[in-house]
Design a protein around this ligand. Structure first.
Ligand code: NAI
Ligand code: MG
Length: 379
């Protein structure tokens, strides 16, 4: 019986390439773990009409956490068209399996550290150390959406909100509605996670990134709850910034900021911006973290044009592996892996195409393994 059981979900496209890189590194790290493969992604949608099969959910129930690489997602009509003929016309609707995993296991924290590693030629500046906390289960991603707008819902909205007058005369079939639902507890727990992280790792500020002057109810609730929670952390300042201004400030003065916290959609956008400041998708890792389960992943997608070429940068995947080690409590191994990654980046020998190099995905993993010598602390 091993100490941990970890599900590996390579998914689609370059997900397989970068997962192979992670396996090389995990083998060297020699965690006391059993690794099990779990099916997820586009092929299972096409063949079974289910990109996140029940057998995968059942397997994940038996695991401590999951390491996920990337999947392909497509809009509704395109997804339906790619189903095998037997499954077409059955009303199957594609929904992103990673979004569903977050909701199914209540992985409410999306943690996205964006650190400028020394010597990374893609750094926007060398002094950036941002950590984005994105709410991961609610808001615009809750999936409560309508098109056309149902008549009874429309009548109720018209009764309750004078603002609906702006849409008078537009046929309901020409109206699409996506809801942005926040709960008080949903706001509180993500803000608390951000403050706890700031406290543990010594960040002096937490910036809440919303838009309460316009989106009064949802952003308003989040900012009001953030102020209450901030009062419990006297050493840490709460900064409040509107999401549009934040996009500008992150380009102008990214080094000024530390921990950022935002709702699902805004957090998604600013974390991609933050990622690009430190080298782009090839370096951006994230954790989807709940109270007792977590899934770690690079934030990039399946990049179909590079699939199977072992060309893409595995650093995001390896940094996701590092976040997983930390979450399991294997912080010494986590720090050791990060040091090895940092050393490879600084040396600049093993570089993939995005860094102007010719190394393969697996060459980079092997270079990291070389830095993890048997004498390395934690191994
Ligand atoms: P993408 O992240 O797959 O790729 C965009 C571009 O970023 C690539 O063409 C490549 O130039 C670069 N890139 C991505 N990962 C890289 C890496 N590791 N190293 C170097 N360069 C890298 O996003 P795209 O093209 O918008 O989406 C492709 C598919 O992935 C779609 O089906 C999309 O729905 C899905 N997707 C899945 C995600 C997930 O699994 N969490 C996240 C984002 C997109
Ligand atoms: Mg994204």
């Amino acid at each position: 019986m091993t100490k941990y059981k970890i599900a590996l979900m390579p998914g689609d496209g370059i997900g397989n390439d970068v997962m192979d890189a992670a396996k090389i590194v995990l083998e060297k790290i020699a965690l006391d773990a059993e690794y099990v493969h779990a099916d997820i992604g586009w092929e299972f949608w096409r063949q079974e009409g289910e990109p996140l099969p029940q057998r995968t959910l059942d397997l994940l129930e038996t695991c401590d956490c999951g390491l996920f690489a990337a999947i392909t997602s497509k809009p509704k009509e395109e997804a339906e068209a790619e189903l095998i003929p037997e499954l077409q016309g059955k009303g199957l609707v594609y929904r992103s399996p990673i979004v569903r995993l977050r909701q199914r296991f209540d992985l409410y924290t999306n943690l996205r550290p964006c650190r400028a590693f020394k010597g990374n030629p893609l750094n926007f500046r060398d002094d950036i150390d941002l950590v984005v906390f994105r709410e991961n289960t609610q808001g615009l991603y809750a999936g409560v959406e309508f098109h056309p707008l149902p008549e009874d819902l429309r009548a109720k909205l018209e009764e309750l909100s004078p603002r609906m007058a702006a849409f008078a005369g537009v046929p309901s079939e020409d109206i699409a509605l996506s809801t942005r639902i926040f709960t008080r507890e949903g706001c509180r727990r993500i803000v608390r996670a951000a403050f706890e992280y700031a406290k543990t790792f010594g960040y002096p500020t937490v910036t809440i990134v919303e838009k309460p002057n316009v989106i009064r109810e949802t952003s308003g609730l989040m900012v009001r709850e953030a102020r209450k929670i901030a009062a419990e952390y006297p050493g840490i300042a709460l900064w409040e910034t509107n999401v549009d201004a934040m996009a500008m400030w992150l380009v102008k003065n990214p080094q000024t900021y530390g921990v950022l916290v935002a709702s699902n959609m805004f957090g998604d956008i600013i974390s991609d911006l933050a990622a690009q400041l430190v080298g782009g998708l090839g370096f951006a890792a994230s954790g989807n973290i709940g109270d007792d389960f977590a899934v770690f992943e690079p934030t990039h997608g399946s990049a179909p044009k590079y699939a199977g070429q072992y060309k893409v940068n595995p650093m995001a995947m390896l940094l996701a592996t590092k976040l997983m080690l930390d979450w399991l409590g294997e912080t010494e191994k986590g720090a050791t892996l990060q040091d090895a990654i940092a050393a490879v980046i600084e040396e600049g020998q093993a570089r993939t195409y995005d860094l102007g190099g010719h190394a393969s995905t697996l060459d980079v993993a092997r270079a990291v393994v070389e830095k993890l010598s048997p004498e390395t602390p934690g191994l």
